[in-house]
Design a protein around this ligand. Structure first.
Ligand code: 8OZ
Length: 368
């Protein structure tokens, strides 16, 4: 084993109140295995424990309330059973020496009526159906037509984020990441492609970034800014996300996060989520310049890119998503420059142990 390793990727850092042993972050990964009551599957105890050598695990996107769900069998953090389920996971990760935060999620219009409480439709900034599909009991289906949230529903929505954050801390998480990326509810409010509101939550950039600022402020007020991170994806096209002018929009969004003060981190998906990094030109340095706290980058990084970003001061940590699926010991593999295993697409979403907790770590001595 490497006793001394002066590679910056494996050096400790601190994100707000959270100490990390290295700068390899496990990005949140939806796996659709919360079959019973939207409680994380007991298999997730092993799954996350196996990956506890990450400097930080950002656990999979988890709905803050029943209307926040948009895919089959994703977990929640609004019921007592869910909190209990998550507690076993955070205890296992902590016992293995890891750190873990929970990603707080509301999908907004990226949902289907079959996933929602009887008779309800998805909620969104405006009643605009996304050109997108979601994973339901019947496989991939077009998302349902949403209704616009009423102004008087927004305080309750923010309260649900606050309660979810409190529940996450109660479940033993080290903090939370507010999911404001990938075309879900908060992102829908930010972008003019999905927000046509005429009240104080729609219109100019100030109005469109209001929900983000209010949610993050509420969460930070509840659990502490140093335990609160945020994920953004300024130019991703996934889930029909689009905006006429993302640069000033996201610069203002980050300014507002800076104004909250002391947030644990901002986590930015560069380019198209899970796809090309250069789909739309965007000045990430200008975005980072708006924030004085820790900065996590993500999307398509390998070891060399990660080290280069850290050394250049473009990031404080690097999140890896897909590589963690089939490489539970990703940190050790990166350390040894060992080959990475590919995951099986057939077992990515749904199912049980197969393709979930059966990807092996390298033998201790291989390639050492
Ligand atoms: C893949 C499948 C379902 C959801 C995201 C939470 O893109 C997701 C997600 C990814 O942020």
């Amino acid at each position: 084993m490497n006793q001394t390793d002066d590679n910056i990727l494996f050096s400790p850092t601190r994100l707000g109140d959270i100490d990390l042993g290295n700068r390899v972050v496990m990005a949140p990964l939806t796996r659709d295995r919360a079959i019973e009551g939207r409680v994380p599957t007991p298999l997730a105890i092993d799954y996350y424990r196996q990956r506890a050598s990450a400097g930080l695990i950002i656990a999979e996107a988890t709905q803050i309330n029943p209307l926040g769900q948009g895919y089959l069998d994703t977990p929640g953090i609004y019921s007592e059973a869910q909190v209990t389920g998550w507690k076993a996971i955070t205890e296992a990760v902590h016992a293995a020496g890891g750190k873990i935060v929970l990603q707080l999620w509301h999908v907004g219009r990226i949902s289907h009526v079959s996933l929602l409480p009887e008779g309800q439709v998805p909620v969104a900034p405006s009643a605009l159906r996304a050109k997108a599909q979601t994973f339901t009991a019947n496989g991939m289906e077009d998302v349902s037509e949403p209704r616009a949230l009423r102004l008087d529903e927004i305080p309750g929505l923010i309260a649900d984020y606050r309660i979810a954050a409190r529940n996450a801390i109660g479940a033993g998480f080290d903090g939370v990441e507010v999911h404001a990326a990938n075309g879900y509810l908060i992102d829908q409010f930010m972008r003019d492609g999905s927000n046509q509101r005429t009240d104080e939550y729609g219109g100019n950039i100030e109005a469109r970034t209001r929900l983000l600022a209010e949610v993050v402020q509420a969460v930070a007020g509840e659990i502490g800014a140093g335990r609160t991170g945020v994920r953004l994806s300024p130019v991703t096209p996934v889930n029909d996300a689009h905006d006429s002018n993302p640069q000033p929009l996201f610069e203002r969004a980050v300014e507002r996060l800076e104004a909250i003060g002391g947030l644990a981190f901002v986590h930015v998906i560069e380019g198209a989520t899970g796809g090309p990094r250069d789909n739309i030109a965007f000045d990430y340095a200008a975005l980072k310049a708006k924030f004085s706290g820790p900065w996590i980058v993500n999307n398509g990084y390998d070891k060399a890119m990660a080290v280069a970003a850290l050394e250049a001061g473009k990031a404080d940590a690097v999140a890896f998503g897909r590589p963690f699926i089939a490489n539970p010991d990703l940190v050790e593999r990166l350390r040894r420059d060992a080959p990475l295993a590919d995951f099986n697409q057939q077992t990515l979403y749904g199912g049980g142990a197969e393709g979930y907790i059966d990807y092996p770590a390298l033998p201790e001595t291989a390639n050492a």
